[in-house]
Structures are given as structure tokens and as C-alpha cells.
Design a binder for this molecule. Structure first.
Ligand SMILES: C[S@@+](CC[C@H](N)C(=O)[O-])C[C@H]1O[C@@H](n2cnc3c(N)ncnc32)[C@H](O)[C@@H]1O
Length: 366
């Protein structure tokens, strides 16, 4: 090659596996409700994609949007029906090639609605977010997408984000990689950085293996995140990864401080699981045996025990029990069955009819 020849750049989009596509589906389903709900009382919202990526992938032979383009499309729809509002999108991407690709994809999304502001930042996510938090005392309600290849933003940074009012994060906890690094002295310092100290090195789960270690590690990670609601979705290895399908690749952790946010995320994640109610995805619906799904009877028994002799609005009941693996339609069905069995009564404050059950409808447990 002579000096005048340019370096050939491979412009074909990166291949996306099913187990990565699931993140996009979750985002695509969650963000429109997030904008609609928060945008109804906040003129300005912010979305931060901290590890933005190239904006386009190849999936099953076709081009598909990456997370920043999903956010842009959501913003366009939202601003078309909410003129006068503002959505500010920040895309942080360190890799030059991915940045160029993302810039191109963003160009194809124009023209942009009034109120849509896009900032493509060529920076390290950690430095960018730390700087932002230091410089901006009051952030508009914000959604942070934290989706690195390996280690996420450090826990101290995540906690600073989550301290801001009306702010939530969807964090990729790349378990297989972080778990591997935990046993490798050459890279253990990355975990010190991630956790913000070396306390993790003294934890008992490190002496364990298999599920006990995994559960211990996940719970330790979650315990370090200062948010009221932490909900996770487990994603296993893809058939393309050539690793046993039973093993966990990563967890998507949704961290928020509002019950409505976690309940909405549950509604979004639940139908995407392999098996109803397990919040667990492997990309292959058949041929894998899972533990049985949580049964509606379990919900009935739980509610009877917890609310015996009490009355409570339907929405409050769901908020108080947000960490149960059941979604709204299962609550509705379980409570109606219990009414038919004379175990409770319903005062239809919101739904106004005996057939409905929602909002402030009062459930009176006998
Ligand atoms: C898993 S990909 C992101 C995928 C994207 N969220 C999506 O779903 O379309 C991770 C991206 O983070 C970028 N990256 C890695 N380290 C980074 C850092 N410290 N700061 C900013 N970007 C980084 C990589 O170049 C890569 O494009």
C-alpha cells in the first residue's frame, strides 16, 4: 500500500444477536410511555445513551436501529403530538468509527421536530457523566441508558445519577464478563473502579460457584445501587455464542425511585421472557426446560396473607408488592377470582363498574 491509498473501511453494520436485540425491544416499548407520562407535566426531558454504539446493526439479514435511533424515533413521535415540549438527547460514544456511523444514521432521521435537540459527544462516558453532574445542578427528568460491552459506569456515578429527582437508568450488568474478571488478578482493579472500592473482594459469594455465586454477585451489585426500585431481567447466552444456553450472559437492571416506573418496566419486560413470568430470555423459545412459571394461586395466597382484614386501592396494592413476578392483568384476574369466592369485595371508585378493576378501586379483603 502506498501513502496515497486510503485505508479501506468496512461499512457493513455489525451483526446483532437475539440476546442483544432484546434490549432494543425493551427500550422501544418503554420509552414512548416514559415520554408520554413524564412529558404530561414536564416541558423538558433528557435521554442519555452513555455507550451509544453505531446506531445501526444487521439482525437476521436486515438493518435494525441501535438504541440512539430508537430514542430519536420515539422523540419524533412524542414531539409531533406534544408541540412546545422539548426532548434533549445525548449520545456518548468513544469509538471514532461508531461515532461516524451514528452520525450518518442520525442524518437519515431528519428533518428534526422543533424541540428535539441532539448532542453527539465524542467522549469517555465516565468523564462525560461525571462532568455533567458536576456542572449541571438541576437536570430535567432523565433516562440513562448504560449499555457498555463490559463494565458499566461506576456505582458512585450511577448513584449520583439516581440521586437526581425523576431520573432512572437501564443498566447492562454484563455478568459473565464481570464474574470472569473477578477471578483474574490482572483485571480485578476494574471491579474496584466499578464498585468504587475493594469491598467486593471480601464477599462470601466469591468462594462459591454456579448459581449461588451468581445470585450472590447480582444481589451484591443491586445492594450497592441507591434506588428504591431495582428490577432485573436475566438474559442468557445466545445459540450463536456457542455457550451453554442455561448460563447467564447479562442482566438488564432497571433502577428508579418511582413505583410507576418499575411497574411500567415490569409490564414491558414480562411478555418478552421465554416462559411466562420468569423475566428471563434466551432467544430460543422451544426445547429448553425452565422452572414452572409463578402461578396466579401463589399471588392469591400472598395477597390473602398480607392484606387479610385490610382495604387498599388497587394501584397502591400493586405498588406495595412491585417486586412480585406478576403483572397488572394477573393481579386483576386473581382479585376477581377471590371476589367470586367471597374472599374480598371491590368498591369500583375509578372503574365505576363491577366488571372493571383499576386505579383507585378499593379492594376490601375479608
Ligand atoms: C454494547 S455497545 C452499545 C450498543 C448500543 N447501546 C445499542 O444498543 O445500540 C457499547 C458501545 O460503547 C462504546 N464504548 C466503550 N467504552 C466506552 C466509553 N468509555 N465511553 C463511551 N463509549 C464507550 C463502544 O465503542 C460501543 O460502541
Amino acid at each position: 500500500m502506498t501513502h496515497t491509498e486510503s485505508i479501506p473501511i468496512d461499512e457493513s453494520p455489525l451483526h446483532l444477536k437475539k440476546v442483544s436485540r432484546i434490549k432494543h425491544i425493551i427500550l422501544q416499548k418503554y420509552l414512548p410511555s416514559w415520554t408520554r407520562i413524564l412529558g404530561s407535566w414536564n416541558k423538558r426531558l433528557c435521554y442519555f445513551d452513555c455507550y451509544a454504539g453505531p446506531g445501526i446493526y444487521e439482525f437476521e439479514g436486515k438493518p435494525v436501529d441501535g438504541s440512539p435511533i430508537i430514542a430519536v424515533r420515539t422523540a419524533k413521535d412524542y414531539l409531533t403530538s406534544n408541540m412546545g415540549n422539548e426532548l434533549v438527547l445525548f449520545f456518548v460514544e468513544k469509538d471514532k468509527k461508531h461515532q461516524v456511523s451514528l452520525g450518518k444514521e442520525l442524518g437519515k432521521c431528519g428533518p428534526y421536530e422543533q424541540g428535539l435537540r441532539i448532542h453527539l459527544m465524542s467522549e469517555d462516558a465516565r468523564e462525560f457523566v461525571s462532568g455533567l453532574l458536576d456542572q449541571v445542578p438541576n437536570l430535567a427528568p432523565s433516562f440513562f441508558m448504560v449499555d457498555p460491552y463490559g463494565h458499566p459506569l461506576s456505582i458512585p456515578i450511577l448513584n449520583k445519577i439516581l440521586k437526581r429527582p425523576i431520573t432512572e437508568a437501564l443498566i447492562n450488568f454484563m455478568f459473565y464478563r464481570i464474574n470472569m474478571d473477578a477471578s483474574n488478578p490482572k483485571v480485578q482493579h476494574h471491579l474496584d473502579e466499578m464498585f468504587g472500592d475493594d469491598d467486593w473482594r471480601k464477599q462470601d459469594f466469591l468462594k462459591e460457584s454456579g448459581n449461588v455465586r451468581e445470585e450472590g454477585f447480582l444481589q451484591y451489585f443491586l445492594s450497592k445501587i441507591n434506588a428504591k426500585y431495582k428490577f432485573f431481567f436475566r438474559i442468557r447466552f445466545d445459540s450463536e455464542d456457542c455457550v451453554s444456553s442455561g448460563r447467564t450472559k447479562y442482566y438488564l437492571v432497571h433502577a428508579s425511585n418511582h413505583p410507576k416506573a418499575v411497574l411500567l418496566m415490569k409490564e414491558v419486560m414480562w411478555p418478552l421472557g421465554d416462559d411466562e413470568g420468569l423475566f428471563d430470555f434466551s432467544g430460543r423459545r422451544q426445547g429448553v426446560l425452565f422452572s414452572p412459571s409463578p402461578q396466579e394461586e401463589d399471588l392469591q395466597n400472598f395477597l390473602t396473607q398480607r392484606y387479610h382484614g385490610k382495604k387498599i386501592p388497587f394501584d397502591t396494592l400493586r405498588e406495595e408488592t412491585w417486586d412480585l413476578p406478576f403483572i397488572e392483568k394477573q393481579y386483576r384476574s386473581a382479585i376477581k377470582k377471590m371476589r367470586n369466592e367471597n374472599l374480598l369485595a371491590i368498591n369500583p371508585v375509578t372503574s365505576k363498574t363491577d366488571r372493571g378493576l383499576k386505579g383507585q378501586d378499593l379492594v376490601l379483603f375479608y
